[in-house]
Design a protein around this ligand. Structure first.
Ligand code: GLN
Length: 475
């Protein structure tokens, strides 16, 4: 067992001093992966490859030329392309698929000497809030093995929670990084939409999809963000704004007091577990005691956020997932009699129940007779939600709220009721609908010892302030 390191900076210090080797680090994480195999967090482990890379990186340390992320052990959610490695988005329909290229974010990690240790379990096509929709079985929460880790990036959250890697890259379309981060007691960032290139990210809802970062410290999240964010020729939607040095900016002295908003509708929400309300209110008090102001605001649109998300995300998903037809790649039925039965059977056998439900729902809201009633209307509501959210940031630096209405629930608790499952995303989807950045940080535990997450939301491209403020709340 190696000593516990709080940040990559501490690890790199010891690597530089020669008191630790990258190989030791890799071996330690591989051991944890084996010891915790029952959690089902990894779908593939790149053992030999990671050890070989560690050797090369140790040499770079000796030569004095390590990359910025040298010594960082990373896991990838099974929606991120890594050249010559399997990629299935937690789905049977991509059986046997191997990536032909690495996504931009993944390539940028590798270029800075991070070591990729494996591919992580997730809900099929990132659709879910409990990781129970994976074709590879559920992931278990390391705090309580009878409970879910959240979803859809469940494997990625648990891998950081249980020290199987230091950082995971996940994807957050409606909360899939922040919600599992909250259930597992780790940090999870969803940056501004378009801050990180989506090239090499399996598409779910393209106008919502963001690559997100899990770690135990805000500092490691900041460092990884500055490496992977920024312009990319391969993604025309990515922002051209220069990328600040987020990790350096974290070290600056406190210069101002912030104005924070706290949403009344959430505080009063009947579905909110009382211990979460209490722990967020304690945090509010702490924030006030540190010289910031916190004001209660009204956001009456809150009840429209979830339906807007589920209409638009499923519409986009139904279109994005039309490419899985059994012809070009992945699974093809063995029982086809003609072309049309080949499409139908491949898709019916290859996709799980939840993915099929979403394709049906998305196709319905896009159909000629219902397009205006659902899709167009939801687009208009989305615009209003974005405008009203942006208006809050004219007056306040941050909005704070819980990530989830409850702490981690039991496996199987909501599997028979999709609506109940969708309610797990009640507080996380606003940031996706508005496109603004948001982070989950640990904020105590309930009476059963289950982690509670605090969410901090900021205005577009205010990651630097967001990370700075969140970091101060962790100490
Ligand atoms: N739980 C949400 C959904 O099922 C969010 C998923 C995500 O962010 N990928 O759509």
């Amino acid at each position: 067992m190696l000593k516990t390191y709080a940040t990559l900076r501490e690890i790199q210090h010891d690597l530089q001093q020669g008191v630790l080797s990258t190989q030791d680090l890799v071996r330690d994480h591989l051991e944890n992966i084996k010891r915790k195999a029952h959690l089902n967090a990894f779908l593939s482990v790149y053992e030999d490859e990671a050890l070989k890379r560690a050797l090369e990186i140790d040499k770079k340390f000796k030569d004095g030329k390590p990359g910025k992320l040298a010594g960082l052990i990373v896991g990838l959610k099974d929606v991120l392309a890594y050249k010559d490695h399997p990629l299935q988005a937690g789905s049977k329909i991509l059986n046997g698929f191997v990536s032909q290229f690495s996504g931009t974010a993944v390539q940028r990690l590798l270029d800075e000497d991070a070591i990729i240790i494996g591919r992580q379990n997730c809900d099929e096509f990132a659709m879910g809030s409990s990781n129970e929709n994976s074709a590879f079985g559920p992931v278990l929460n390391d705090v309580d093995n009878e409970r879910v880790p959240g979803g859809s990036s469940g494997g990625s959250a648990v891998a950081v929670q249980a020290d199987m890697c230091r950082v995971s890259l996940g994807s957050d379309t409606g909360g899939s990084v922040r919600q599992p981060a909250a259930f597992c007691g780790v940090v999870g960032l969803k940056p501004t939409y378009s801050r990180i290139s989506r090239f090499g990210l399996v598409a779910y809802g393209s106008s919502f999809d963001c690559i997100g970062i899990f770690a135990k410290s805000v500092e490691d999240v900041a460092l990884v963000l500055e490496v992977i964010a920024g312009p990319d020729e391969a993604d025309s939607t990515v922002s051209q704004r220069p990328v600040p040095s987020y990790s350096k900016e974290l070290q600056r002295p406190a210069v101002k007091s912030y104005k924070v908003a706290y949403v009344r509708e959430i505080d009063e929400s009947s579905g909110l577990q009382p211990e979460i309300r209490e722990s967020i209110q304690n945090k509010v008090q702490e924030i006030k005691n540190s010289g910031h102001s916190v004001e209660v605001i009204d956001f009456p649109l809150m009840e429209y956020v979830l339906p807007t998300y589920y209409i638009l995300a499923t519409a986009e998903a139904s279109s994005n997932l039309s490419r899985y037809d059994g012809v070009r790649y992945g699974y093809r039925t063995a029982n086809a009699t003609d072309l049309s039965s080949m499409y139908k059977k491949s898709r019916s056998e290859g996709f799980g129940k939840e993915v099929q439900r979403r394709i049906l729902l998305g196709t319905f809201v896009l159909s000629a007779s219902y397009y205006d009633a659902y899709y167009t209307k939801a687009q208009k509501v989305r615009r209003i939600i974005r405008d009203k959210t942006k208006a809050i940031f004219k007056e306040y630096d941050f909005i704070i709220m819980p990530i989830t209405p409850t702490t981690a629930f039991k496996l199987g608790e909501h599997t028979d009721n999709p609506l109940e499952m969708y309610l797990a995303d009640l507080f996380s989807v606003q940031a996706n609908v508005a496109g603004v950045p948001a982070i989950a940080i640990p904020c105590g535990a309930d009476q059963q010892g289950l982690p509670i997450g605090l969410q901090v939301i900021a205005d577009d491209f205010e990651e630097s302030e967001l990370l700075y403020f969140s970091n101060s709340l962790m100490n």
